[in-house]
Design a protein around this ligand. Structure first.
Ligand code: FA5
Length: 340
């Protein structure tokens, strides 16, 4: 018992002498840690003669509780004192305005991509994702461009270390994937995604850019459906006042083929440079799906017809927002990005 009284006295005196949090924590470990003296005193109960055990146990528990309470009270006091000392030595200016957290936003090309998707979704088109790394067969051969075909020169690309595996130059190989998956059902899809070309970077051309492919296959699909769909799309996206021009063109995978232009505002000082003096900027290639391509997709050209188009949403974004240089899209210049 006298041991317990001595322990209480010593622990209380040492606690009273603790001046800061570190000293208090060390005190706590000394008495209440795994090898602490107070715990040892409690564990000693087993060795106490039976007749003294009850009194010893009660006393030990009382001391334990008293020391724990005293410790917690002292710890709170010390913390409080440290806090008020730090507040007076480093006064806090509560009137200082907070630092604004910069808010991100969608890239302008993503915004326009979503608008394009929404317009086609309203017309009943589904969105289909197709791969960016393609085989030469999908990107060229099945689209009616055998290895010797001169049209391949227009679409020089990046090659991988695996022979015949390339980065796609356009979203058109997606046409073959959809057709083979859907045959013999009718199709009405768009395929948005990234394309790659090994060509000179200019104000209008990048080596990595987006395209949105469109494909419609059915039993009585005609060129009139193609023109109607494109016209409705352009009116929705650009407004009624912009002019659209269809030009005849050539693509190996469509017959007949066309290209679609949009007029560029004449009062824009960059108009001449961007439109090469024509006043028109090309936004897409299109045409009626070539019978060879229909067959490669599994459809019988005697029964099915279809149209396809491939547009460049970045060029469309340039038109919508009068952006004069396509390189701005990858420039990551916040002064540009924050405008949209
Ligand atoms: C094609 O890529 C054809 N696959 C389009 C097509 C699809 C025709 C289906 C018929 C049927 P073209 O190379 O013209 O065509 O590219 C289509 C559009 O992609 C262009 O009108 C342009 O808007 C955009 N584009 C092409 N090259 C670049 C480039 N280097 N940088 C940015 N946009 C580009």
């Amino acid at each position: 018992m006298s041991d317990l009284a001595a322990l209480e006295q010593r622990a209380s005196a040492e606690l009273a002498a603790c001046a800061d949090e570190a000293a208090l924590r060390a005190w706590n470990t000394r008495y209440f840690g795994n090898n602490g003296e107070m715990l040892a005193a409690l564990k000693a109960i087993g060795g106490i003669p039976k007749e003294e055990r009850k009194t010893y146990g009660q006393e030990a528990n009382r001391i334990k509780e008293a020391l724990t309470n005293a410790y917690e009270q002292k710890l709170a006091e010390v913390k409080e004192r440290a806090l008020s000392a730090s507040l007076t030595s480093n006064p806090l200016d509560v009137t200082l305005p907070g630092r604004p957290v910069p808010r991100g936003r969608l890239h302008v090309a993503t915004q326009v991509m979503r608008q394009i998707t929404a317009v086609f979704a309203d017309m009943g088109f589904q969105v289909y994702r197709s791969r960016e790394v393609e085989s030469d067969e999908m990107n060229f051969e099945l689209l009616n461009m055998p290895p010797h075909h001169p049209a391949r020169d227009m679409w020089d690309t990046f090659h991988t270390t695996i022979p015949g595996v390339i980065l796609r130059t356009h979203t058109s190989p997606g046409q073959i994937h959809v057709m083979r998956e859907q045959c013999p059902n009718p199709i009405r899809v768009i395929l948005p995604g990234m394309c790659y070309r090994y060509e000179a970077i200019t104000t209008r051309s990048e080596i990595q850019f987006q395209q949105v492919e469109g494909l419609v296959i059915g039993e009585r699909v005609t060129m009139a459906d193609l023109k109607g769909t494109i016209t409705a799309f352009a009116r929705r996206l650009f407004g009624q006042e912009r002019h659209i021009r269809f030009r005849s063109s050539y693509f190996p995978f469509t017959e007949p083929s066309i290209e679609v232009d949009i007029d560029w505002p004449k009062d824009d000082p960059n108009a001449d440079r961007l439109t090469k003096g024509t006043g028109w900027l090309e936004i897409m290639g299109a045409g009626m799906v070539h019978p060879v391509v229909l067959r490669n997709g599994g459809y019988d050209p005697a029964k099915f017809t279809g149209f396809a188009f491939g547009m460049g949403p970045q060029r469309i974004t340039m038109l919508k927002h009068a952006i004069d240089d396509i390189r701005q899209f990858w420039g990551n210049d916040l002064r540009f990005l924050r405008q949209f």
